[in-house]
Design a protein around this ligand. Structure first.
Ligand code: GTP
Ligand code: MG
Length: 193
C-alpha cells in the first residue's frame, strides 16, 4: 500500500456506539504494550501519529485510522493491563466485544503476540473470542528485533503451539522498529479488502 494520506477519523470511547463506516476495516487486538499502536504507525509510515507508550494501557479508545480514504486500520484497547481496575477492564472488554460483534465492515482481525513470550491465558481467550465471532485471525508476532536471528524459529513455534494454530494459519513476525515484516503484512491486509 502506498500511503498518500492518513487521518484519525473516529475515536470511540466506552460510552459511544460503534459506528457503521463506509470503508473496509481491519482491526488490531492484543495485550496492552504488545505494540498495536506502534505497528499502526509502521504501517502508516508515520513515527508517532498513533500515540504509543512504554506504560501499558495507553490506548483506551477504539481509534479508526483512515488510510487513503480507502480503508480503516482500527486500533483496539489492549487487555491484561494489570493496573486497570476490574471495572475499567470489564468496560474495555465489552467495548472490544461489541466492536467484533457489530462492525459490518470488519474484514479481518489481527491478533498481536509478543514474539518473546508464550501466549498467555488472556491471549488464548482473545483468540477464541475472535474465532467465536466468525473470524479466522492472522497472528502477528511483534518486537522481532528483540530476538537474535537464531532464536526466531523456536519462538515462532512456541507462539503457534501456545495458541494451537493449524499448519496453514498465518503468522507474520514483524518489527515496528526495523520495519521487518511490514511489507508482508501490508500484502496480507490488502488480501482482505
Ligand atoms: P496499549 O495501547 O497500552 O494497548 O499498548 P500497544 O499495544 O498500543 O503498545 P505500543 O505500541 O504503545 O508499544 C508499547 C511499547 O513497546 C512502546 O514502548 C514501544 O516503543 C514498544 N514497541 C512496540 N513495537 C516495538 C518493536 O517492534 N520493537 C521494539 N523494540 N519495541 C517496540
Ligand atoms: Mg496502543
Amino acid at each position: 500500500m502506498i500511503i498518500k494520506k492518513v487521518n484519525l477519523d473516529i475515536v470511540i470511547g466506552v460510552t459511544s456506539a460503534i459506528p457503521q463506516t463506509e470503508l473496509p476495516e481491519v482491526a488490531f487486538a492484543g495485550k496492552s504494550n504488545v505494540g498495536k499502536s506502534s505497528l499502526i504507525n509502521a504501517l502508516m509510515n508515520r513515527k508517532s501519529y498513533a500515540r504509543t507508550s512504554s506504560q501499558p494501557g495507553k490506548t483506551q479508545t477504539i481509534n479508526y485510522y483512515n488510510i487513503n480514504d480507502a480503508m480503516f486500520l482500527v486500533d483496539l484497547p489492549g487487555y491484561g493491563y494489570a493496573n486497570a481496575n476490574q471495572q475499567v477492564k470489564a468496560k474495555w472488554g465489552k467495548m472490544v466485544e461489541k466492536y467484533l460483534k457489530v462492525s459490518k465492515q470488519l474484514r479481518q482481525v489481527f491478533l498481536l503476540i509478543d514474539i518473546r513470550h508464550d501466549p498467555s491465558a488472556n491471549d488464548k481467550m482473545m483468540y477464541d473470542w475472535i474465532v467465536a465471532n466468525g473470524y479466522h485471525p492472522v497472528i502477528i508476532a511483534t518486537k522481532l528485533d528483540k530476538l537474535k536471528r537464531s532464536q526466531i524459529p523456536k519462538h515462532v513455534k512456541a507462539v503457534r503451539t501456545g495458541l494451537g494454530l493449524e499448519k496453514d494459519d498465518i503468522l507474520i513476525p514483524v518489527s515496528s522498529q526495523t520495519k521487518q515484516g511490514i511489507p508482508e503484512l501490508w500484502e496480507t491486509i490488502e488480501q482482505y479488502l
